[in-house]
Ligand binder design. Sequence first.
Ligand code: NAP
Length: 257
Amino acid sequence: MTVFITGASAGIGAATAHAFASGGHRVVLAARSADTLADLARSLNERHGENTALALPLDVTDAEAHARAITDLPSDWRDIDVAVLNAGLAKGLSPVWENTVEEVNQMVDVNVKGVLNGIRALIPGMLDRARGHMVIIGSTASHFVYPGGTIYCATKHAVRALALGLKQDLHATPLRVSLVSPGLVETDFSLVRFSGDAQRADAVYSDTVALTPEDVAEAVVWATTQPSRVNVQEVLVTPRAQAAGGAIARGDEVLNV
Ligand code: NAP
């Protein structure tokens, strides 16, 4: 399969690229950090064979650039079988009226419009080929809301609606749609949320056991490798220590299991 992944330069996206490449699939790596993508592509090509990975620098908030990035792919990379729309972020942790306009716009632009741009860029080609699987990365925040996370949760609720609506629109076609919604995963997510404040970011993962990005990648690979009659509509996967968005157990009882 040829797998297109947004947010492939870090965290869940990078782990997903490793997982597909390890399974013998080819990966198109999209994100803004061109150098990191080039390094990842080089290392995957060295490990799994030439032509395993292609770096595709892209800002998913730019609808035109997103569409062009897909149509301008080299011809042997253009037939995307699986698209993992994973790029996303949270900015700040504050009461909804205190989120800055910039924070709000960034979350809406990347998490909601970015996913929509991916859908618009990729679905027509999949329909032409009568083949394709769209995987969208949601969150427990697609289901629950926690204090300080209202805007992020609102965008992730919207992402879930996009995935469910896309499935409705495609149900009479050969295409498949899956939403993979993780709970707490230890990545750069909190570092981005707190604008580089490592101490604040580390506290999110301290004294508990979060998911690893590889745990989520495994769910993505599983959802996309079922028989063609099967459509995994949603995977909701949390750490054992997490019940819902904000309910995360911490301390010895979690750590010593
Ligand atoms: P991460 O390590 O910070 O990775 C985020 C990725 O998104 C990076 O590759 C980043 O690359 C990319 N990205 C950000 N803005 C972009 C843009 N405008 N255009 C293209 N790429 C962009 O975070 P993560 O935890 O792996 O997050 C991945 C997804 O999982 C997100 O949708 C997040 O909401 C979701 N999620 C995370 C958690 C968690 O606890 N970590 C839980 C539930 C859901 P560049 O900066 O290079 O562009």
